[in-house]
Ligand binder design. Structure first.
Ligand code: GDD
Ligand code: MN
Length: 361
């Protein structure tokens, strides 16, 4: 039977590869079978290779001569899983793109399910999840399980955008490219899904459970240094360090404006108000442009509205801070300086929570 002629592919499967020669053909056979079985003949498989030296490139070239739906992108010099996937996503021709590993740990049979969720409009992003009910991991040591769970918990704790899926560090997912921007923030990151969740905070996400199988050919490329990479990536994507930095800078602005105003007018209350106001405006602008940039850039309502709300929530933060400090000092009998420090901490938590939940939400 001859292949039906396909113009533009509907689905692009992006497969990053680094020395995966023996997995290429079995993966291709599995993908072809499951996609065609689901009536998806018009697909492309885009291998994004970072200059493999084991014959992967030649193997993909052989395949693409026999099936034009197979494409190869070879990156010279540059290396890195996230950037390879990003490049594949940017050059994908389908409306729906699926990202998966080459080593068959991601079962090709799950691909049509992911595509269906996204193509049918149920979601903008479908995550193949090991940790959704029904999902599983095969053949992992206890240590690796704990590290993986820890990675998920850390992401959930520090990056609210990641809480839309049970498995934000999965390397297996599908996106609607008309609704999801393939953008990454941290060049270092190799968990590209986390980046996409972060840069697309309003994309609708669903989980599709799957079994992450053991690797049967070739070897894993992710070594111990990827743990450090991951920690740095999470810190870079978390808004908390930026919120703290902006707040610290805002305090300096507050003090500077206060000093200027006081030396010019000699009126303390007026100078104090001006100082606080300047600090507030400074913080609001920087939270908008930096701290919560990934969210505000998708939002159409005006900055002025956020500024007004920020005023209200800052007042709440200050009130809680002063109350906490006073209670700790007068009722609990703590050291005055410690009471004030804890009060500032409480005020900060309130401020951050309100800002992130209600203003730059
Ligand atoms: N182009 C390119 N460049 N591909 C790479 C690179 C790179 O630098 N490093 C790894 N790959 C390819 C591999 O060839 C494979 O197809 C896929 O990326 C995953 O690499 P593995 O080495 O098999 O990773 P893993 O199985 O340990 O980790 C997988 O599961 C994790 C979940 O526990 C990946 O999917 C991770 O992204 C995922 O977080
Ligand atoms: Mn693997």
């Amino acid at each position: 039977m001859s292949k039906p002629p396909c113009g533009e592919p509907e689905v692009s499967v992006i497969v990053p590869t680094l020395n995966e020669r023996d997995n290429i053909r079995p993966l291709y056979v599995g993908l072809k079978k499951s996609l065609e079985g689901a009536g998806l003949e018009c697909f492309e498989i885009v291998f994004v290779d970072d200059s493999s030296t084991d014959g992967t490139i030649e193997e993909v070239e052989r395949l693409s001569r026999s099936d034009p739906r197979v494409r190869l992108i070879v990156r010279r010099g540059e290396k890195g899983l996230s950037r390879a996937v990003l490049e594949g996503l940017r050059r994908a021709r389908g409306r729906v793109a699926v990202v998966m590993d080459a080593d068959l740990q991601h079962p090709p049979e799950t691909v049509p399910l992911l595509v269906e969720k996204v193509a049918g409009g149920e979601a903008d992003l479908a995550v193949a999840s090991r940790y959704a009910p029904g999902g599983r991991v095969e053949g992992w040591s206890l240590v690796r399980r704990i590290i993986s769970r820890g990675a998920v918990l850390l992401a959930w704790l520090l990056i609210p955008e990641s809480r839309r899926t049970r498995d934000p560090v999965s390397g297996f997912f599908a996106v609607n490219l008309e609704r999801v921007r393939p953008a990454i923030v941290s060049g270092r990151g190799f968990k590209i899904l986390l980046e996409i969740l972060y840069t697309n905070p309003y994309a609708r996400v669903v989980d599709v459970p799957f079994t992450f199988r053991g690797r049967s050919r070739g070897s894993s490329k992710l070594g111990p240094s990827t743990i450090l990479d991951y920690l740095l990536q999470v810190l870079q994507l978390s808004s908390i360090p930026r919120f703290i930095a902006v707040g610290a800078l805002g305090s300096l602005v507050n003090l500077a404006v206060y000093t200027l105003a006081f030396s010019a007018t000699g009126v303390h209350p007026l100078s104090s108000i001006l100082g606080f106001e300047a600090g507030l405006i400074h913080n609001a602008i920087l939270h908008d442009r930096i701290t919560f940039r990934n969210r505000s850039m998708w939002r159409s309502h005006s900055f002025l509205r956020r500024l007004a709300k920020y005023h209200a929530t800052s007042a709440a933060g200050i009130a809680v801070g002063v109350a906490a400090s006073t209670i700790l000092y007068s009722l609990a009998g703590l050291h005055p300086l410690l009471s004030q420090a804890l009060g500032i901490g409480a005020g900060f938590i309130v401020n951050f929570t309100l800002a992130s939940r209600y203003i730059w939400r």
